[in-house]
Design a protein around this ligand. Structure first.
Ligand code: SF4
Length: 450
């Protein structure tokens, strides 16, 4: 369990010398307990105190990195069980598998399919993270060549699912790219020695939590330290149960022997792999291997992951300002929305679908949606009037008519009073914008200059 301020205080010198910048040792202990200071700031601290406090400060779920540089994928390093307690830092990594025994043509086409699994949503890139290379040929040379080709063609890091011989050959070809070694359970010890020697991460696979407890100890005894735990479930239900138990053991029980990021191979005939994947994205899967490279399977999963791993305390925002829809002119409609990314991209998409050129004002409301911003007092008659006066739209268009989201129709009177602009109340839902914009009567945006 985490140390309390009193536990920490008992380990400090208790001289109140102030070298740490705090007026008393107790005040410093409270800073450490809150995660705001480190024992390194107390020069007189004993070695015992340093050791104990450094161990206590280590994240309950250790960090494991696969790949290097731009390809780096981080697993684990989480500190809480629920997102609302703080935040989650590292999204579930998704690997798409391929086999080394495919024909040259199939191999190239599979690589091309994996490269295409990259999308943009609400202004952010979302894509699969890794290629999981299954050794089906049993041929070390062929496997090593396939690993090098996958690395080069996709720009993604590798999960090497292979027996010791091919694994060693692929490591020779790909070690600097820091692949994850994923041997079958019977090859654990030689693969663990290889991982220790090359300082590479290792996936340890065994049946259930008890099986993992033994296998992880074997891997550590062989010298491997950067470990990922695969409890080898047989059903989606079992997968979620194992993942949840592993995470609870790490975060709540601080069981260091089982505290590792989790991995799940959902390929090779695993039942309902995308049901399991969706559940594991929500509940504690650190790495998933999937056999499908179909965008229809992957895009919903990546979307779910993006939604769950976005920190609600830091909404995704777009830059406030005036955005053109199509090629608007001085007599084009002027719409307004807020700078919450999901709101902006939804409104923008719907406005573009209308094929009516327009100016879209995006108000700075700290990344809130329209109704939330209104309820928080950030999207008001005053703030909208101020934006109309300051954003330059008055010089861009010759009319003075603003289309307001229907959900905040009540602001129209105040805006007209403060800004002198006429307000048209738009639809309640953005999805109705195309028909709304197309039905606007001719002359709705006549010049104020006559
Ligand atoms: Fe206490 Fe150490 Fe701070 Fe001195 S430096 S006041 S001994 S905690």
């Amino acid at each position: 369990m985490a140390l309390t301020a009193i536990d920490i205080y008992k380990l400090l010198p208790k001289t109140n010398c102030r070298e740490c910048g705090q007026s008393t040792c107790l005040a410093f202990a409270m800073q450490i307990a809150a995660g705001k200071a480190s024992i390194d700031l107390c020069p007189p601290a004993s070695e015992e105190a340093r050791e104990k406090l450094s161990a206590a400060a280590a994240p309950p779920l250790p960090k494991v990195t696969i790949g290097t540089g731009e390809r780096e994928v981080v697993l684990g390093d989480e500190t809480v069980l629920f997102r609302h307690e703080k935040t989650f830092y590292h999204p579930t990594a998704i690997a798409v598998s391929m086999r080394d025994d495919a024909s040259d043509e199939e191999f190239a086409s599979r690589l091309a399919a994996i490269r295409r699994l990259s999308f943009e949503r609400v202004g952010q890139p979302i894509s699969v993270d890794l290629v999981a290379l299954r050794c089906a040929s049993g041929d070390p040379g062929r496997y090593a060549r396939a690993a090098a080709a996958a690395l080069e063609a996709t720009g993604l890091s590798l999960v090497l699912l292979a027996q010791t011989g091919p694994l060693a050959a692929a490591v020779e070809a790909a070690a600097p790219s820091r692949p994850l070694l994923a041997p079958p359970p019977e090859d654990l010890v030689p693969a663990a020695k290889l991982a220790a020697e090359r300082k590479l991460p290792l996936r340890v696979r065994a049946r259930g939590i008890e099986g993992l407890s033994v296998a992880l100890a074997d891997a550590r005894a062989a010298g491997a330290s950067s470990l990922v735990a695969d409890p080898s479930p047989e059903t989606p239900r079992e997968a979620v149960s194992f993942a949840t138990n592993l995470r609870r053991l790490a975060i709540l029980s601080r069981n260091r022997a089982l505290a590792y990021p989790s991995a799940f191979d959902l390929g090779g005939g695993f039942p309902d792999p995308f049901l399991a994947a969706a559940l594991l994205v929500a509940k504690y899967g650190s790495l998933l291997v999937l056999d499908s490279a179909d965008p229809a399977d992957l895009l919903p999963l990546l979307t779910l992951r993006q939604n769950l791993f976005t920190d609600p305390q830091r909404p995704i925002q777009v830059e406030p300002g005036v955005y053109p829809i199509g090629a608007p002119s001085e007599s084009s409609p002027v719409l307004i929305t807020t700078n919450f990314s999901l709101t902006y991209f939804t409104v923008r998409g719907d406005a573009e679908a209308a094929k009516v050129p327009a100016h879209l004002l995006v108000a700075d409301v700290d990344g809130m949606s329209v109704l939330t911003a209104w309820a928080a007092g950030k999207f008001t008659g005053e703030s909208i009037s101020k934006m109309l006066a300051e954003c330059g739209i008055g010089e861009t268009v010759t009319h003075r008519t603003l289309i307001l989201p229907g959900m905040v129709a009540r602001l129209s009177g105040r805006i007209e009073e403060l800004s002198g602009w006429r307000v048209l109340v738009g639809p309640q839902e953005s999805s109705a914008l195309p028909s709304y914009l197309r039905r606007l009567p001719p002359g709705a945006f006549l010049s104020v200059h006559g």
